[in-house]
Design a protein around this ligand. Structure first.
Ligand SMILES: *Cc1c(COP(=O)(O)O)cnc(C)c1O
Length: 366
């Protein structure tokens, strides 16, 4: 039976990448060593590290005045490192609140500065992206932070805010590499690795050079972006194996047409799934505003008795899905229902298998 893993993260990896890693596991390219055994200062690992960065730069078209950092502490540590490094003597930062991950970033930033929540989607239960003309931006803010894809709510921006000279900061943990973006519109982009990049254990940070070197004195060394930039992310021992795996994923992306091809696939995959939900006569329901539906994380509920609170079918759905090899579809505890995460590495065949199952289940139980 073919297994399809719809986990929100850590998430599905490309099969080819796993097989390549398996083949190279005990002896990388005749070195007699596994990558995980190599000194991070040795020429083999340094080559892997530099290649990963070069491939990412090519894939995303990262301009020369941006630095690429491979850091530890996940996206969560970035919630603190961003205000610590980017406030640059200013007293406040602008944050857009579109859901659970925005809220976490806001909560952490409040420890360091005044947070101006410029827009919020709580009025509609977090199911849409607030229109830009409602944003209450402050031209003196240190930066504007937003979450282009809310992994839990399934709400995704299909546009990039134009915030003028104030640096734009984006938590792209769950949609990086899934669609083409113009990096030059951002001051800083960050992403935890375990959704669209590779295994857990790393955060990717892409930061414009002029934003480095403004950390307050007394900031712990490991929290200063400039230290990591000056040392090519090797101030301390980096998560070498995760960076190697991320590098294999970048090569896989390049071999498969790059981000433009991924975006096309992702649009097709999301359409198949949302179309099935919308054609189910209410048996399946996605609460997210159509224009703001995520291509990566698709939340839906089963409600054939007509009340949102009825979850009696959920456990049957999950059990039967599991038996068909369709795994990890249970929704986040704060939302309930189901969530299908369909990152880059999820093939269209996986989404089709899910939709076939959903249609059968609705026919039997609807
Ligand atoms: C998963 C996720 C995080 C948290 O990532 P960690 O690496 O676990 O810290 C933050 N933001 C978004 C949008 C996410 O999807």
């Amino acid at each position: 039976m073919t297994i399809y893993n719809f986990s929100a993260g850590p998430a599905v990896m490309p099969k080819e990448v796993l097989l390549q890693a398996q083949a190279e596991l005990p002896d990388w390219h005749g070195s007699g060593m596994s990558v995980m055994e190599m000194s991070h200062r040795g020429k083999e690992y340094m080559g892997i590290h530099a290649q990963a960065e070069a491939d990412l730069r090519e894939l995303m078209g990262i301009p020369a005045n941006y630095r690429v950092l491979f850091l530890q502490g996940g996206a969560h540590l970035q919630f603190s490192m961003i205000p610590l490094n980017l406030l640059r003597g200013k007293l406040s930062a602008d944050y857009v609140n579109t859901g659970d991950w925005s809220k976490k970033a806001i909560g952490e930033a409040k420890k360091f500065c005044y947070v101006n929540v410029v827009a919020d989607n709580a009025d509609r239960k977090g199911t849409h992206v607030p229109a830009f003309d409602t944003w209450n931006l402050d031209k003196d803010a240190a930066y504007v932070h937003y979450t282009p894809n809310e992994t839990i709510g399934g709400v995704e921006f299909n546009w990039v805010p134009e915030v003028g000279d104030v640096p734009l900061v984006a938590d792209m943990s769950s949609n990086i590499l899934s669609r083409q973006i113009d990096v030059s519109k951002f001051g800083l982009i960050y992403a935890g690795a375990q959704k669209n990049i590779g295994p857990a254990g790393m955060a990717l940070v892409i930061v414009r050079e002029d934003l480095l070197g403004h950390a307050p004195s007394g900031l712990p060394t490991m929290l200063d972006y400039k230290i990591h930039a000056d040392n090519d992310s090797m101030y301390n021992t980096p998560p070498t194996y995760t960076i190697y795996m991320a590098g294999l994923v970048f090569q896989w992306l390049k071999k498969n047409g790059g981000i433009a091809a991924m975006e096309k696939n992702n649009i097709a995959k999301a359409k198949v799934l949302y179309d099935a939900i919308d054609a189910s006569n209410g048996f399946y329901n996605c609460p997210v505003n159509r224009a703001d539906r995520s291509r990566m994380n698709v939340p839906f509920t089963l409600q054939n008795t007509g009340t949102l609170k009825d979850t009696s079918l959920d456990s049957d759905f999950l059990k039967q899905a599991d038996a068909r090899g369709l795994l990890q579809l249970k929704g986040h505890r704060s939302v309930g229902g189901m969530r299908a995460s369909i990152y880059n590495a999820m093939p269209l065949a996986g989404v089709r298998a899910l939709v076939d199952f959903m249609n059968e289940f609705a026919q039997k139980r609807g």
